[in-house]
Design a protein around this ligand. Structure first.
Ligand SMILES: Nc1ncnc2c1ncn2[C@@H]1O[C@H](COP(=O)(O)OP(=O)(O)O)[C@@H](O)[C@H]1O
Ligand SMILES: [Mg+2]
Length: 467
């Protein structure tokens, strides 16, 4: 591109008086060289299929190395790095990429170390539970804890999960093993399990652990569908607590699990501590963005960072998603500075992606409520819904909206319930609401923000984030 500019600039830049006069020999030579170079470039462009601008292509080489130089190389490098720092699909496993959350981590460590309790970490999807437990595992291993991580799935069953977990714990730590006897301590705890076992037998075996402490992390606990699995986990917790075993469970999932877990065996209430994952504070959002800036060598304008902060509502998932799309849009425009307009471009993509994950009937049902009259109410409800379990009260929503009359908010919430968009639970007088599908609140507040933006004057600087 720069080449063509040079060529055309050269032709265009010549004064007309000089054009009329006879060109010098040096001028002619220079023109011939330029003509030849232009011809070569055209031929190259025709021959190289990757240079066809209308044809989709990967932007960087899969070997994570770039052949480009100067500005182009910085752009390519930024593109590769940003994929890693902002990609919203993967949890953070390295401390250098982990933003904020020090308070939650400290509390978690205290629960495990001082209170010797089992923990349930709960919060909405994307709030950072998996990342937190990975970082916790890292820190605990430094203090010689044996940490075993397992992720639950819809069909998880108690025996399979724990047999796999025990394969990661050496027999060396069993009380009846003589650590000086050669060979005897080479197996794992899984070797000690009978073909079939229950929570009581597992508790007995784990109570034999000595000389270390074991933390078993069961992530995505809410995905396990089997009642029996959860009942067994509750029994295991009871067993381990009764025997003062050196094994602690950390479960990560959504809030209702905590109630349910305790529901099975009410007496385990005092053996489990629930740790809600809060939303990111404003400083934590900025820290997350800064990690991306530093790693990739890009910079977010203050306006852009502020918009990301508002749109993401304290969800690290959304901070990363919006930051990712906006920085890619900036890089496509060959800029390393991310501007407010790039964030608006990202908003369109996020709305589109979120819509793809929601039952179209729900989107159709909520559509009539996205007009000017109801929009602010839906927006407030959607923001209020980012609680650890998704439940919110009308008061929560009202407090997030300056001009929403309480009676109209309640009326809209009830209408949305009838339309199947919300579910409603009434404990005595107080009603609570929850969106039927988890991605709905995100879709709605992004959607309302975007619609407001579209309705406002086109000038990027006069656009303000819906608040
Ligand atoms: N403290 C953090 N710093 C940086 N990114 C984070 C942090 N916590 C979460 N994320 C990012 O947010 C997204 C969702 O995090 P994840 O841990 O998978 O949440 P959850 O397990 O609650 O669904 C991931 O892209 C993850 O990398
Ligand atoms: Mg997770």
């Amino acid at each position: 591109m720069a080449f063509w500019n040079r060529i055309f600039g050269w032709f265009r830049g010549r004064p007309s008086a000089a054009e009329q006069s006879r060109p010098s020999r040096a001028d002619l030579l220079e023109r011939r060289r330029a003509r030849q170079a232009a011809l070569d470039a055209t031929r190259e462009a025709e021959e190289a299929p990757a240079a066809r601008s209308d044809f989709p292509a990967f932007r960087s080489s899969a070997i994570d190395r770039t052949a480009a130089r100067g500005e182009a190389s910085r752009l390519t490098k930024a593109r590769m790095t940003l994929r890693d720092v902002f990609t919203p699909a993967q949890p953070v496993t390295e401390r250098s990429k982990f933003a904020g959350r020090l308070g939650v981590l400290a509390r978690l460590i205290e629960i495990l170390e001082e209170q010797r309790s089992h923990v349930v970490i709960y919060g909405e999807r994307g709030i950072g539970k998996t990342s937190l437990v990975h970082i916790l595992a890292d820190i605990a291993r430094e203090s010689r804890y044996n940490v075993v991580y397992a992720s639950c799935g819809a069909f998880s069953n108690f025996e399979d999960i724990f047999r796999a977990v025990l394969r990661d714990i050496p027999q060396l730590y069993l009380r009846d093993i003589d650590p000086t006897a050669v060979g005897e301590h080479q197996g794992t705890l899984a070797d000690r399990l009978p073909d079939s076992f229950d929570a009581r037998q597992l508790g007995e075996l784990l109570a034999q652990v000595t000389g270390t402490r074991v933390i078993i992390v069961l992530d995505e606990y809410d995905r396990a569908e089997s009642d029996q699995f959860r009942q067994s986990v509750a029994e295991l917790i009871k067993n381990l607590s009764d025997r003062a075993a050196r094994v602690q469970l950390v479960l990560a999932g959504v809030a209702s699990n905590l109630q349910q877990l305790i529901g099975y065996i009410p007496s385990i209430r005092r053996n489990i501590i629930g740790l809600p994952m809060p939303r990111l504070s404003s400083d934590e959002v900025r820290a997350l963005i800064r990690i991306g800036e530093k790693t990739a060598g890009v910079e977010f304008d203050e306006d852009a960072a502020k918009a990301i902060e508002q749109l993401s509502n304290g969800s690290p998932y959304l901070v990363r998603l919006v930051s990712h799309h906006s920085s890619m849009i900036a890089l496509d425009a060959e800029r390393l500075r991310i501007e407010l307009g790039d964030v608006w471009g990202a908003l369109d993509k996020v709305v589109e992606e979120a819509a793809g994950r929601i039952d179209p009937r729900l989107i159709a049902a909520v559509e009539p409520y996205l007009d000017l009259q109801h929009g602010p109410m839906v927006y407030a409800a959607a923001r209020a819904a980012s609680t650890p379990d998704g439940w919110f009260t009308p008061e929560d929503a009202i407090s997030l909206c300056e001009n929403c009359p309480p009676d109209r908010m309640i009326k809209d919430l009830n209408e949305l319930t009838l339309a199947g968009v919300l579910e409603r639970a009434a404990d005595g007088e107080a009603a609570r609401y929850r969106f039927r599908e988890e991605p709905l609140p995100t879709y709605l507040w992004m959607r309302v923000a975007r619609d407001r933006l579209d309705a406002s004057p086109i000038s990027a600087t006069s656009r303000s984030v819906a608040s």
